[in-house]
Unconditional design. Structure first.
Length: 323
C-alpha cells in the first residue's frame, strides 16, 4: 500500500511516497482502509522534529476509514464499521493503517467521510479547550489566535453558540471574512495591526477572560497583556514557534493569571473521555451548531504541496488528502 514516510527531519521535501507491506493487525488492533485523511499543524512539528519522533516514521494523525480486518481480541468494532481516529501511532497519510481499537470512534450517519476525517482531532481539541481546559461561559470575552484556521473555525463557532464574545485574530485580509463567518464577533488582522491595542479598543485594558493561543512565540506576550486579572491563558500550540520560557513573576504573578499548556492526549486519557468528547463534536455538527467545510482536497502525491501551503498560511480551513 502507498504511504508517506520520512527518513529524516526537515522541510516538505522529506515527505516521501513509499510502497510498503501493511502486515496483519495484532489481537486488539484493526486494519483500516482510509477514505479521507486530515492534515494538522502537528504534522509539521513531527516532520521538522520540533516534536521528535523515532525515524523512519509515517506521518499524520487523523483519518476516517472502513475497518477491513480485525484482530482476534477486538470486541468494540467489526469489519465494515466506519471509524475516525486522531492519535498515535503516527501514519495516517496512508492508503491503509493498523490502529489499536481503543483509539477509534464510530462515525455516525449523516457525516461525510471527508468531514469525519477532519473534525476529530480539531473538534476534540476545540471541545476540550472550550469546555474543559477553561470552561467558557456565556458573557466571557474570548480571544482566539488564527481564528480562520482548522481548530479556530470550530472553536469560534462553538464559543459564539455558548454566548461568549469572540475576538479572533487572522493573518490576512482574505481570512477576516472567514473568521467572521465562523463565529467571531470581532476580527483583528494581526499582520497589519497591533492586536493588543485592537483588543483594548473592543473590551478595554485587561479585558479578556480567556486567551486560546495556538500561535505561540509571536503572540504569547501580547496574549498575556490582554488578559484580565485572574484571567486564563491556554497556550495550546506553536505555529510561529515554541514558547520555551514562562516568567512566573512577569507573566503570571502580575495579574494572578491561570496558565495551562494542554494537549489533546491530556483530555482523552480514558476511552470514555474520547467517546464523550467525540460524541459532543459529532452532535454539534449534526445539530448544525457547527458547520465545517473542507477548504481543499489533495492526493497522496501532493503532500509536499499541502505542507508548503500550510506553512505559508495559505489554508483557510480544513484540508484533506484523498488516498
Ligand atoms: N494542544 C493540542 O491539543 C492541539 C491540538 C490540535 C492543534 N493544536 C495547535 O493548534 C494550532 C492550530 O492547529 P491547526 O491544525 O488548526 O492549524 P491552522 O490553524 O489551520 O494553521 C495554523 C495557523 O497559524 C497561523 N500562524 C501564525 N503564525 C504562523 C507562522 N509563523 N507559520 C505558520 N502559521 C502561522 C496561521 O494563521 P494566520 O495566517 O491567520 O495567522 C496558520 O493558518 C497549531 O498550533 C496546532 O499545533 C494543538
Amino acid at each position: 500500500m502507498k504511504t508517506i514516510q520520512i527518513q529524516k527531519f526537515g522541510g516538505p521535501e522529506v515527505l516521501e511516497l513509499s510502497d510498503i507491506e501493511i502486515g496483519k493487525p495484532g489481537p486488539k488492533e484493526v486494519l483500516i482502509k482510509n477514505l479521507s485523511i486530515a492534515v494538522n499543524y502537528i504534522d509539521v512539528y513531527h516532520r521538522t522534529g520540533l516534536y521528535p519522533i523515532p525515524l523512519p516514521s509515517g506521518i499524520g494523525l487523523e483519518a476516517c476509514g472502513i475497518i477491513e480486518e480485525i484482530g482476534s481480541e477486538v470486541d468494540l468494532f467489526k469489519v465494515g464499521d466506519r471509524v475516525s481516529h486522531a492519535s498515535m501511532p503516527i501514519g495516517a497519510y496512508s492508503e491503509k493503517q493498523i490502529m489499536p481499537q481503543e483509539k477509534l470512534v464510530i462515525v455516525p450517519d449523516g457525516i461525510s467521510n471527508e468531514i469525519a476525517s477532519c473534525i476529530v482531532l480539531k473538534g476534540i481539541t476545540a471541545e476540550y479547550l472550550l469546555h474543559r481546559s477553561y470552561a467558557a461561559k456565556k458573557g466571557d470575552k474570548v480571544l482566539f489566535h488564527a481564528a480562520a484556521g482548522g481548530v479556530g473555525q470550530i472553536l469560534c463557532q462553538w464559543a459564539n453558540a455558548i454566548g461568549c464574545t469572540v475576538i479572533g485574530t487572522v493573518g490576512s485580509k482574505e481570512k477576516e471574512a472567514i473568521a467572521k463567518k465562523n463565529g467571531c464577533h470581532h476580527v483583528i488582522n494581526y499582520t497589519d495591526n497591533n492586536f493588543v491595542e485592537e483588543v483594548e479598543k473592543i473590551v478595554g485594558k485587561n479585558g479578556i477572560d480567556v486567551v486560546y493561543d495556538g500561535v505561540g512565540a509571536k503572540t504569547f506576550e501580547g496574549s498575556i497583556e490582554c488578559l484580565k486579572v485572574r484571567g486564563m491563558m491556554v497556550a495550546f500550540g506553536n505555529a510561529s514557534g515554541y514558547v520555551h520560557t514562562l516568567d512566573i513573576k512577569k507573566h503570571i504573578n502580575a495579574k494572578g493569571l491561570f496558565f495551562t499548556r494542554p494537549s489533546i492526549a491530556h483530555y482523552t486519557i480514558t476511552r470514555k473521555e474520547l467517546e464523550d468528547s467525540a460524541a459532543k463534536v459529532f452532535d454539534a455538527i449534526l445539530s448544525g451548531k457547527i458547520k465545517v467545510e473542507v477548504f481543499k482536497k489533495y492526493s497522496l502525491n501532493e503532500v509536499k504541496k499541502v505542507h508548503e501551503d500550510l506553512e505559508a498560511r495559505l489554508l483557510t480551513g480544513p484540508v484533506v488528502i484523498l488516498p
